[in-house]
Design a protein around this ligand. Structure first.
Ligand code: C2E
Ligand code: CA
Ligand code: CA
Length: 711
């Protein structure tokens, strides 16, 4: 230590004081003096010395009182105090220790020994201080880290836990040592045997182990604990003599894991299992049913009027309705359970919410399809009764489809699919009823129905994708736009072109949600290309002509643009002439609204319909797309050449752009160039490609080679 230790010498005998001072000073200490107890306390309040030499008998305040007071001063607890007592004055010595003295020396003082005594006392006191500090730090670290430790002496079964370890095991008062049985008394009864065996193995094989177990607290709550145990001393025969364990309170982590599990497996709105958990339950139920040669029923339930309630009364009401409906279904099923006491260890039913207003029920013990039908009818009935949602009485109603294992399918997918198909048939047959899956339907009708069921799921399962075909300037070959063309990533049949499903989608009333999805997707895609630093172009979406009669369309388009922060100029709409066949007034009004927002409209497949141009003029359109059937024979068929050239002239006179579709050859392009056609699409420049590949086309945009213009 470079800094000199400071010693306070307290003695009323000035002569003795000075001698002490001189002796210690010579030995290299810094020395302060005080003539009585009070003066000593004042001095220490100002500056705490490293050691105090304190005379016992002094006037005003004697050494005992001064020592006791000093121990109460802030920081005065750790200073070594050496009392100077008379020789053989055992009474004083005893009192000195009682009031907190560290040591004593007797008068007359042996001057030769004094510096050594002092030095020794200082060293001992600093060692004690370090030890206390380390203990404090260890204890803080254990408390902060929710960890504790223990040591277990096996020979006499003596276990010494750290206070934190003791607290983790549910006790307040720290106990220095105890038997292992006392320490592990709070381990949860179901885990105790496992822990005992692990300890036994550790002792016998002298090998550490790690274990997770629960601790039952006095208030009945549970704590999760992780213990890591090591052998720290062995006997000569190799078996363990002493074990050390680190205890970690992992309750918080376990709680978080449980929460994550709940989030992953349960629907937060109704508290019912979600699809994931349901599929797990179903797979267990099927395995059991197979072993026991039993039947299982799967019921698909769809609420009939949910959307209307949600739209008119709002989301809150919709949520409440779903909760009420799920409780209803639950109680109807429980009533059913008590009617037919099953003899299986599996719960006789389980119910899950698949999302939206769809629920699914599993009955694990059904004697027959009739039996299942009876339950289905009960579910339909219970949903048919009015519900009070936010003070309003509503009739929600539901349709139920039933599939039976093993008759209607052996695996989860087929069963769910067939229950879904049956539910859809129940809906089609008039809502508020149930249908059993009908195996007698002919194969083609069934295929179609299945395809339709799959198609209805495709949107929510994100199975549609858009590919993009560039629209190219006829004169210089640069990309001036794109058309979004839908594909369906069918789970079994791969990537399907729209020809295989758009008609079906129209029949199933899906073409409008698909169109809405396409609008949103195009906006999102354009925003992504833009964010990737690419030069973006307007992208056209194909909409069914019925979509142009949807009054909500302009608002939906506005929302999609806003959501993705893209301008109206990034989106275009293509419709066929059939838009004018029914309710042309409405279509014209909606098209006008879109045009006013800045969304351009073109007429697709022009030339194949029978629309009068007079009518078309009422629509705010910006382009005509010549159907590819005219382009195909353009070079060889003079009739087609005449038609195309007439369309172009006519369009130009109406100030409309002309886009030729299906251009596959340079010859066709040359004809179109000669006819002053504005733009074209076709395999000649590119097929429709996925977004990534289209991004590459956009990347090359400024460098695209101009195509030669024929003279
Ligand atoms: P469309 O709007 O006339 O689209 C042009 C079709 O011609 C596309 O077929 C395209 O791949 C194809 N095509 C492009 N260039 C050439 C070429 O050089 N030669 C030939 N032979 N064909 C070419 P796709 O993608 O199969 O689309 C077929 C139809 O499906 C579309 O005809 C459109 O009516 C409809 N469709 C596509 N996407 C959607 C959509 O998102 N919604 C709706 N409602 N209908 C869509
Ligand atoms: Ca089109
Ligand atoms: Ca077309």
């Amino acid at each position: 230590m470079n800094i000199k230790a400071s010693i306070l010498v307290v003695d009323d005998d000035a002569g003795g004081r000075r001698l002490t001072r001189a002796t210690l000073h010579r030995a290299g200490f810094e020395v302060r003096e005080a003539g009585d107890g009070q003066a000593a306390l004042d001095s220490m309040r100002q500056d705490m010395p490293d050691l105090v030499l304190l005379d016992v008998s002094m006037p005003l305040m004697d050494g005992f009182t001064a020592c006791a007071e000093l121990r109460r001063l802030p920081g005065g607890g750790g200073v070594p105090v050496v009392m100077m007592t008379g020789l053989d004055d055992t009474q004083s010595i005893e009192r000195a220790f009682e009031v907190g003295a560290t040591d004593f020396i007797t008068k007359p003082i042996n001057w030769a020994v004094l510096p050594h005594r002092v030095r020794y006392m200082l060293r001992a006191s600093s060692a004690i201080n370090d030890l206390q500090q380390n203990q404090r730090r260890l204890s803080n670290a254990q408390r902060i880290g929710e960890m504790g430790d223990w040591e277990w002496q096996l020979r006499d079964d003596n276990l010494a836990p750290s206070p934190q370890a003791w607290r983790i095991f549910g006790h307040d008062e720290p106990v220095p040592r105890m038997s292992s049985a006392e320490f592990f008394a709070a381990v949860h009864a179901e885990d105790a045997e496992r822990l005992r065996q692990a300890c036994q193995r550790a002792v016998a094989n002298a090998e550490g182990f790690a274990i997770d177990h629960r601790v039952l607290l006095a208030d009945g709550s549970l704590r999760h604990v992780h213990q890591q145990v090591e052998v720290i001393e062995r006997q000569v025969d190799g078996s363990a003599l002493r074990l050390a364990g680190a205890v970690h309170d992992i309750t918080r982590r376990k709680d978080a894991e449980e929460q994550i599990r709940r989030l992953a497996y349960y629907d937060p709105l109704t508290g019912l299992p979600n699809r994931l958990l349901f599929v797990e339950q179903l797979s267990k139920a099927l395995a059991q049913a197979e072993r026991q040669k039993r039947q299982v029923a799967i019921m698909f339930i769809d609420l009939d009027n949910f959307k209307r309630v949600n739209d008119t009364l709002g989301h809150k009401a919709g949520d409440e309705l779903l909760r009420l409906a799920s409780t209803r279904l639950g109680s109807a099923l429980r009533a059913q359970d008590s009617l037919s006491r099953p003899c299986s260890e599996q719960p006789p039913h389980s119910i899950a919410r698949l999302g939206g207003d769809e629920f699914i029920v599993l009955l694990t013990d059904v004697q027959s399809p009739e039996n299942a039908a009876c339950v289905a009818q009960r579910l339909v009935n219970t949903l048919g009764e009015p519900l009070t949602v936010q003070g309003t009485e509503v009739f929600v109603g539901g349709s139920v489809g039933v599939a039976m294992y093993p008759a209607d399918g052996n695996d989860i997918d087929t069963l769910l699919m067939n229950a879904d198909t049956a539910m859809y048939r129940a809906k089609a047959a008039g809502r508020g009823g149930f249908q059993l899956y009908d195996r007698s339907m002919n194969a083609r009708a069934l295929d179609r129905l299945r395809m339709e069921t799959r198609l209805r799921r495709a949107l929510e399962r994100n199975e549609f994708v858009l590919h993009y075909q560039p629209r190219v300037d006829v004169v210089n070959g640069s990309i001036v736009g794109a058309e979004a063309l839908i594909r369906w990533q069918h789970p079994d049949r791969g990537l399907l072109p729209p020809g295989e499903f758009i008609k079906l989608a129209e029949d199933a009333g899906l073409v409008i949600p698909i169109g809405e999805w396409a609008i949103r997707t195009v906006c999102k895609q354009n925003a992504e290309w833009f964010a990737a630093g690419l030069c973006t172009v307007p992208v056209a979406v194909n909409l069914a002509s019925t979509h142009l009669r949807e009054r909500g369309l302009p608002a939906l388009v506005a929302q999609a643009l806003e959501d993705h922060h893209v301008p109206a100029s990034c989106l275009e709409i293509e419709v066929t002439e059939s838009i004018l066949l029914a309710d042309p007034e409405i279509s014209i009004a909606i098209a006008t609204q879109l045009a006013e927002m800045g969304v351009q409209l073109s007429i697709d497949d022009f030339g194949t319909g029978y629309s009068s141009l007079a009518y078309l003029k009422k629509l705010p359109i910006s382009a005509l797309k010549i159907d590819r059937s005219f382009v195909r024979d353009l070079v060889t068929d003079p009739d087609d050449e005449a038609i195309v050239s007439a369309i172009i002239a006519l369009a130009h006179s109406l100030k409309l752009k002309v886009v030729a579709e299906g251009v596959e050859t340079q010859d066709q392009l040359a004809f179109l160039q000669a006819m002053n056609c504005d733009e074209y699409q076709g395999f000649l420049s590119s097929r429709a490609v996925d977004p990534k590949e289209f991004g590459l086309l956009l990347q090359r945009l400024p460098q695209i080679q101009p195509i030669l213009v024929l003279a």
